[in-house]
Design a protein around this ligand. Structure first.
Ligand code: UD1
Length: 350
């Protein structure tokens, strides 16, 4: 019998790719999604990709009754919690919506898990918790900074809540900048409205949906004056979730012990039951480097101008991946060119 893994927000960008990888790894994904920022057609695409229609219910994580019934019926053994709002600007305008969905949603989910004796959870955190980092690359132990937005605050609060609930075994994954799409181009990122993030705006510009891309700031203290980020292919990120699920089950079986006993990787906020991992490639690329890579790989010109800095942007951040490589045994495999190729192939199908 395949072990069942509940994927909240499983029809979203990262969730849908993770469903594919879970299936490949021999797990059976059980999806819930409130379709707030995703579409039911993603389920059709997933059916094509995995060869059967995955179990799906339209449930909001705040609906404890329905969630409880589903967990009991399906007998899930672990949960990956993606269901959350993720737009920085929107969170400034609608903070209550963010705290309710991201913080209350997590608390409600934990209550249902606890009531069912379910204690294996992977949590979507973000490199946003590092703010303008004190050191680069950032380690899991690099000091976090006060949140720059309600969105960032919800991720920090989520980490605190999970660390305090030590009955639950948590893998806390701090994502860097997820981009790209499944190589089939059957699933990818579906931003509603005008995209805030670089890659969807860039691909929509090349597709003619947007007139031109504005590079936010050309006078930063970097080699070409533009900001640097650690872009990671969404399939690599999805595979990191499978590695985390493997690890949770291995820990539950007693096959592996906790991180503290495995290696001397420096202090961070992890405990036996709350392990933090940076999920990035370890490479930083500037906005202009991304643009040039896209143009070279896809043979397309990107109309762009250098504009003002965007409020809240950090200058440069990329991951130290030593801990995740050694302890989780996961490493990103796909390079920037692959990210750009797959992002464009997906856009062309949209
Ligand atoms: C933001 C969040 C991050 C979140 C991620 C995905 C912060 C500090 N960062 O990352 O937590 O996980 O979104 O939702 O909260 N850029 C342009 N022009 C554009 C768009 C972006 O030049 O039209 C630049 C930005 O200035 C930045 C880079 O591209 O340097 C990446 O921006 P973006 O894709 O929005 O991601 P982050 O802001 O890094």
């Amino acid at each position: 019998m395949k072990r069942k893994v509940l994927v909240t927000g499983g029809l979203g960008f990262i969730g849908s790719h993770t469903v594919v990888c879970l299936n490949e790894a021999g797990y059976e994904p059980v999806i819930i999604d409130n379709l707030n920022n995703s579409r039911l057609e993603v389920l059709d695409a997933l059916e094509t990709l995995v060869g059967y229609r995955p179990t799906f219910e339209q449930i909001d994580v705040l609906d404890s009754e329905k969630l409880n019934a589903l967990i009991q019926r399906e007998g899930v053994e672990a949960v990956i919690h993606f269901a959350a709002h993720k737009a920085v600007g929107e969170s400034v305008e609608k903070p209550l919506m963010y705290y309710r969905n991201n913080v209350c949603g997590l608390i409600f989910l934990l209550e249902v898990l606890k009531a069912n004796g379910l204690n294996n959870l992977v949590f979507s955190s973000s490199c946003t918790v590092y703010g303008e980092p004190k050191e680069i690359p950032v380690r899991e132990g690099t000091e976090t900074q006060p949140a720059a937005s309600p969105y960032g605050a919800t991720k920090q609060m989520g980490e605190v809540i999970l660390r305090d609930n030590s009955w639950c075994n948590v893998q806390c994954l701090r994502y860097f900048n997820p981009v790209g799409a499944h190589e089939s181009a059957l699933i990818g990122e579906l931003p509603l409205g005008v995209p805030n993030n670089l890659i969807p705006f860039l691909t929509q510009t090349v597709a003619g949906i947007r007139k031109q891309l504005t590079v936010y700031g050309g006078d930063y203290d970097t080699a070409d004056g533009t900001c640097i980020r650690d872009y990671i292919h969404v399939m690599d990120l999805a595979e990191a979730h499978v590695a985390s699920i493997d690890r949770l089950f291995a820990k539950a079986n007693g096959t592996i012990t906790h991180y503290g006993k495995e290696g001397v990787l420096g202090f961070d906020n992890s405990t036996d039951n709350f392990e933090i991992f940076n999920i990035g490639t370890g490479n930083g690329f500037s906005v202009l480097e991304v643009i040039h890579a896209f143009e070279r790989v896809n043979g397309e010109k990107i109309p762009h101008v250098i504009g003002d800095r965007r409020a809240g942007d950090v200058v440069a951040v990329w991951a130290d991946t030593k801990k995740v490589n050694e302890v989780l045994g996961w490493k990103a495999k796909r390079d920037l060119d692959t990210m750009m190729r797959d992002a464009w192939n997906w856009q062309k199908r949209c």
